[in-house]
Design a binder for this molecule. Structure first.
Ligand code: 13P
Ligand code: SF4
Length: 334
């Protein structure tokens, strides 16, 4: 249920959030797709892997997670002793919605020789049914540690899975989910924009369809797109991901110009994530004040989901060597 905002006019929300953060011993974690004012008040802004690491490491008693529900749930799975609040519990994800646990379980059962490599953008139940979780920044590294002859099902993002399959030559069975935000970029409009700015490189997120990714000079997670935008010698860069990340780019390199890749209507506003946009400063304030809405996960489910997330943490930091992992190491969860 979407949080009803009270009339908070007259309150200095920045000051109140700051006060509550101290009173509650809270940390505010935010994804790059959050509104600029939320990114600016956060203690840490990052991509999905970095945010998971921060949630696992923090000494704070409360995590106010400004992102979407699967991210806040990941924080709770990794830090169960902490209170995790999400400003709006309706902040979901089209990829999570595309992959109901019962259908995912049936998919696994129909492919008993396959291990399940699953994008972090999924429910806790689907994590519990998976062998290894990946993020866009860790997927390639993790994939390279799985033996070549091991069949894999990759869920729920068919575009990220397709990108990985093309890049690594691995033939994976793909779940047919998409991100409704990255799906909306228009190739025709992108080609027109590139003709207008021929020297501007294109940086794209791998959640984009192949017809967008194939025009990109750089493909990677939100953090890697940000790094590329800062480091490229080009003074204009075209960004094919959710446009709120441009806020960090403009702060880091104000002398450069960043242009959001267009949707079919020729502008980029249709690429704002409607789920991420549900979080507001008002709701963040109320979440810190009331310690609600709170993420709660039943312990048996949490422990099962943690196994696949722990594998991600180990394999993305390189503590499992290449070829170390075989099917025998993975508990089949069909
Ligand atoms: P990353 O920040 O890990 O690249 O993920 C992007 C995304 O769509 C999160 O929902
Ligand atoms: Fe989900 Fe796409 Fe929004 Fe990320 S941008 S939360 S993948 S709908």
């Amino acid at each position: 249920m979407t949080v009803q905002t009270e009339n908070l006019s007259g309150l200095d929300l920045r000051a109140e959030i700051d006060r509550l953060r101290k009173d509650r011993n809270a940390i505010i974690l935010a994804h790059y797709y959050q509104k600029p004012e939320i990114q600016d008040i956060a203690d840490f802004v990052g991509d999905s892997l970095e945010l998971s690491r921060k949630a696992a490491e923090t000494d704070a008693e409360v995590i106010a997670f400004c992102g979407v529900k699967f991210m806040a749930e990941t924080a709770k799975i990794l830090s169960p002793q902490k209170t995790v609040v999400l400003p709006d519990l309706d902040a979901g994800c089209s990829l999570e919605d595309s992959c109901p646990p019962d259908k995912f379980k049936a998919f696994r059962e129909a492919n008993p020789d396959h291990i399940a490599l699953t994008y972090i953008n999924c429910s806790t139940e689907v994590k519990a049914l998976s062998d290894i979780i990946v993020t866009s920044s860790s997927a390639e590294k993790i994939l390279s540690q799985i033996p070549e002859d091991q069949p894999i099902i990759f869920s729920p993002d068919k575009h990220l899975g397709g990108y990985l399959a093309r890049k690594t030559g691995r033939d994976m069975l793909l779940w047919p989910g998409v991100c409704i935000v990255h799906e909306k970029f228009s190739e025709t409009e992108l080609i027109k924009l590139k003709a207008e700015y021929p020297d501007a490189p294109i940086a794209a997120h791998p959640e984009c369809p192949a017809h967008i990714v194939e025009h990109a000079d750089h493909v990677g997670s939100t953090s890697s797109i940000l790094k590329f935008a800062k480091e490229t010698p080009a003074d204009t860069v075209i960004i094919a991901t959710e446009p709120h990340i441009i806020h960090q780019m403009e702060k880091a390199v104000p002398e450069k110009t960043f242009i959001g890749a267009p949707g079919a209507d020729g502008n980029c506003n249709c690429n704002i994530c409607p789920y991420m946009a549900l979080n507001t400063m008002e709701k963040l304030y109320m979440a810190l004040r009331d310690l609600e809405p709170r993420i709660e996960i039943e312990e048996e489910l949490r422990l099962e989901a943690k196994k696949s997330l722990d594998r991600m943490m180990e394999m993305s930091s390189g503590t499992v060597g290449q070829g170390d992992l075989g099917p025998k190491d993975l508990a089949h969860k069909g």
